[in-house]
Design a protein around this ligand. Sequence first.
Ligand code: NAD
Length: 388
Amino acid sequence: MESRTVYYLEGDGIGPEVSAAARPVLDEAVRSAYSGEKELTWQELLAGEKAYSATGSYLPRETLNALRDDAEVALKGPLTTPVGSGFRSLNVTLRQTFDLYACIRPVRYFKGIQTPVKRPQDVDIVVFRENTEDVYAGIEWEAGSPEAKGLIEFMRERYQTDVDPESAIGIKPITEQGSKRLVRRAIRFALQQKRPSVTLMHKGNIMKFTEGAFCSWGFELAREEFGDSCVSEDEARGEGEDRILIKDRIADNMFQQVLTRPSEYSVVATTNLNGDYISDALAAQVGGLGLAPGANVGDDLAVFEATHGSVPKRAGTNSANPSSLILSGALMLEHLGWFEASAKIYRALERTIQKGRVTYDLARLMQGAETVGCKEFAELIAENMDGN
Ligand code: NAD
């Protein structure tokens, strides 16, 4: 019997409901796939409001220690960012503390959902978004502040730049190491999952030394570390090419490509801001964020989490859709190498949606569907696991 420990953080708002609904579905998938030869062991860690009431801290030391010293994977519900100036998001704190540098968001279509596009089934794209750098590094100053004025003045004196002294200023750090480790992960994933291409999405035609460098470093890494298994589009042999194609797309073009020719894209590796935008746009193409899973992955720890927030107004109503967390759990199973169990989840969810008994958010997108609660929807998914 192979047992793996999953550290779980319930989260706030709808978090406890979706977390309690999701765990039995993952257990059922593992049981159904491996008939008792593998199992998950669940270990709770406190975070958010529950942690605050119990310990006086939103992110207690025991939680941080367990994530640092013991955990290989964690399944996290959404955490509310307490309102009040100066409070850092717990989600951002976790990503920074554990250097979870790759944000991975797979986007695929489940039959039965109505979406704004004609061929949502052509979308099967996994976005690898750099998670620590770019304009999201949080280095920015308000217009007119002494810092912004000082920096503008320094740049004028030192580099003869001409920036309006009343400007707000934001800094966009992009490093070779940060870019390469993200692209490395995307290529490894493509190899492992036998995906045909990795597209480097960037805005290097305008921002040459940041976005452009991301792309150049990506190609350099592909050549140096994956020379036998990857090839650029220019050097590809055409028909019969069995190596992974490394494509290069300017960000604005990419937004129209994923609408007009989505089947030509498989894995996308990109910088932080681009990745934020493209993953939500892709999620919309297949029916919205309710079905969008996510993972924040570093070299020592991977935290799998729903992409939505804590939806405080629905807390305690048993109405939220648990799919995003369940699908994040499926990603976690893949991370552990348990692909048979994750495949069970995809098929069971699709089967459940097609039977037309779904949570309110999906019922809105489906003609004649019956609305069921969060717990009941998860139970239906678990019931539909066998016989796949
Ligand atoms: P939200 O995702 O909580 O809610 C936005 C809307 O999306 C909701 O009104 C609801 O209609 C819908 N929705 C989201 N998830 C759903 C689900 N599972 N089932 C059905 N409907 C769903 O976003 P928000 O209102 O901007 O944020 C609320 C809180 O969550 C904030 O404190 C924010 O900081 C936090 N947040 C946390 C995370 C995270 O933990 N990773 C992510 C985003 C927001």
